[in-house]
Ligand binder design. Sequence first.
Ligand code: PMP
Ligand code: GLN
Length: 384
Amino acid sequence: MNFSGAIKSKLPGVGTTIFSIMTAHANEQKAINLAQGFPDFNCNPDLVKLVNSAMKKGLNQYAPMPGVLSLREKIAAKTEDLYGAIYNPETEITITPGGTHALYAAISAIVGEGDEVIVLEPCYDSYIPAIELNGGRPIFYELKYPDFKVDWNEVKKLINFKTRMVIINTPHNPTGAVLEADDMLQLQKILDNTDVVVLSDEVYEHIIFDNVQHQSVARFPKLAERSIIVSSFGKTYHTTGWKMGYVLAPADITKEFRKVHQFIAFSANTPIQHALAEFIDQKQHYLELSAFYQEKRDYFQKLVAGSNFKILPCKGSYFQMLNYAKITQERDIDFAIRLTKEFKVASIPTSVFYKMKTDNNVLRFCFAKSNETLEKAAEKLMKV
Ligand code: PMP
Ligand code: GLN
């Protein structure tokens, strides 16, 4: 079937996301999928029981637009406990159908025609389309390979009267870099006396290694008062397919955020919210997540040590970057495809996370996998 009318694409340069492409390619090639970021093990069965029981209780209709209040209250308590920040569950916390939705609604609520948004790249692939769909203009700052540190003086030079938002992401996808307290203080300083909003993507807040503390913007009151924080239950509870997340923002920003959220989704999945409101009390599930993934990171690194790949530092998230310059000078996209086809391991080429497709000969591998999967993948990678 074909529509013969003229459709003017709003995203003419955009195709299917790399995550769908590489997962499809992995399936087609019967390769091990370390490409798209998701665990290959199940979530806690108690959580499934809680969802099931909420469904049986008949909690199957629309949740309130901002989310089930008991869950928002628990998130408020958790945020105060972890980051010392007080968010009012009535007016400053919103439950969303996933982090991606939260990012889109946040950008849509704040960014308008001609507004500039500073983006540190490489970056998660939804940011730019979301900015452009809302008439905004992404202004790029490139994090420099291989440590991906931010020079905030350089970022400051990009700020002008058109700047509406800065997007940050810590722990960072795809590089595994994390922002430190000093980064936050510098960001706070360069935004002083501006009305720039910070969109802080913290979906990997509980996956940070080597006893480093996650520096949420919530810890910095002067930053928090201009920030929208995005979190995802998918990452924290091994439930990426449930698409559940939440947003923390001061009341005036939340008011605008909800105006958009209510017309994109209205609300998020009801029984899962009730289940999470109970499950969140078992703090060990998020407090022990860093140790759980650190073990996986270390195991994967040990398994591929001595291969022709160079292991890059990974301080957080569940992604390990490997440099392949010793193996080939092929473009990362071509090499990722060949690796899937010939060696049966799928990864993500990191150039896709850059506007100018910067190619550092680096592939991203997701280690949120069973040890058996990691062993099988590493065995193959050792032969490359
Ligand atoms: N931000 C980053 C950096 C991510 O990696 C992801 C995971 N895809 C998201 C946001 C979106 O999270 P969700 O799956 O909850 O939409
Ligand atoms: N966040 C995951 C990744 O970076 C998957 C995102 C997606 O499939 N859209 O791989």
